[in-house]
Design a protein around this ligand. Structure first.
Ligand SMILES: [Cu+2]
Length: 247
């Protein structure tokens, strides 16, 4: 009998902890002095022989395979003229205890032609991340963070969507579809708005950054990550170039 009570109390404790986590008080954003903010922008480059993209083995699903004629590439290495697309660049140190408003606009990740689109995305902590299914077959969305809570839901039919919010920072959360094991995406989650995914020209831009000394980090799913230092004077623009090199 005594044991039973202990177990029940333990469960109650867990339930309360869960409640508190999902109803955290909204923190008041720190005012940003727009007369002094600046920009950290630049490019992510790759030097040397560019490794080949992974080729996806989609043959286990006849429905997915029917969508393609030739090989299906992962999009894990997108390098053009030495410029790296789909690298995630973000401020990793230097913002102190500033608090930033959380955007209500969702970051959208589609499941289209049996792939996640985009493959690399980023959001703020607590910002809605909207997953869609644009295919005529069922997908699921399984986020497997190492720090934050995982999530896992089905999007059974075309047009289905569901939002997830991530409650703590993590630079690159792996997202997969358990129905189709080749489907992967990566989501960076930050408690500030200073992040970007590089475009086809390898470019990124972090705007409205307060003056200060920062560590800026680049992450790429195949090439790894590296840091650089950037000092931003008031109302200035700082240029940063990251280099990945062939091993
Ligand atoms: Cu799927």
């Amino acid at each position: 009998m005594a044991t039973r009570w202990v177990v029940m109390a333990g469960m109650l404790g867990l339930a309360l902890a869960g409640c508190q986590q999902s109803e955290r008080p909204v923190r008041e954003p720190t005012p940003l002095d727009l007369t002094t903010v600046g920009t950290i922008a630049g490019v992510v480059r790759f030097e040397g022989t560019v490794p080949a993209q992974a080729e996806l083995q989609i043959g286990s699903s006849a429905e997915c395979a029917a969508l393609y004629d030739g090989p299906v590439l992962a999009g894990d290495v997108l390098v053009k003229d030495g410029k790296v697309q789909n690298a995630l660049v973000y401020i990793s140190k230097g913002l102190g205890d500033r608090v930033f408003a959380v955007p209500e606009t969702p970051v959208v990740i589609d499941q289209r032609d049996c792939l996640f689109v985009p493959r690399v995305a980023a959001a703020q902590v607590d910002q809605p991340v909207r997953f869609l299914n644009s295919d005529m077959l069922a997908h699921n969305v399984h986020g497997v963070p190492t720090e934050a809570r995982s999530w896992n839901f089905m999007l059974a039919v075309r047009g289905a969507s569901r939002d997830a919010t991530i409650e703590r920072e993590e630079p690159a959360i792996e997202i997969k579809c358990d129905v189709h094991p080749w489907m992967k995406a990566y989501l960076g989650v930050f408690d500030h708005p200073y992040f970007a995914v590089t475009d086809a020209d390898g470019r990124f831009s972090l705007s409205q950054v307060p003056p200060g000394d920062y560590t800026v980090t680049v992450w790429h799913e195949r090439f790894g990550s590296s840091d650089t230092h950037a000092t931003l004077a008031p109302k200035s623009a700082q240029n940063v170039t990251f280099f990945f090199r062939a091993e």
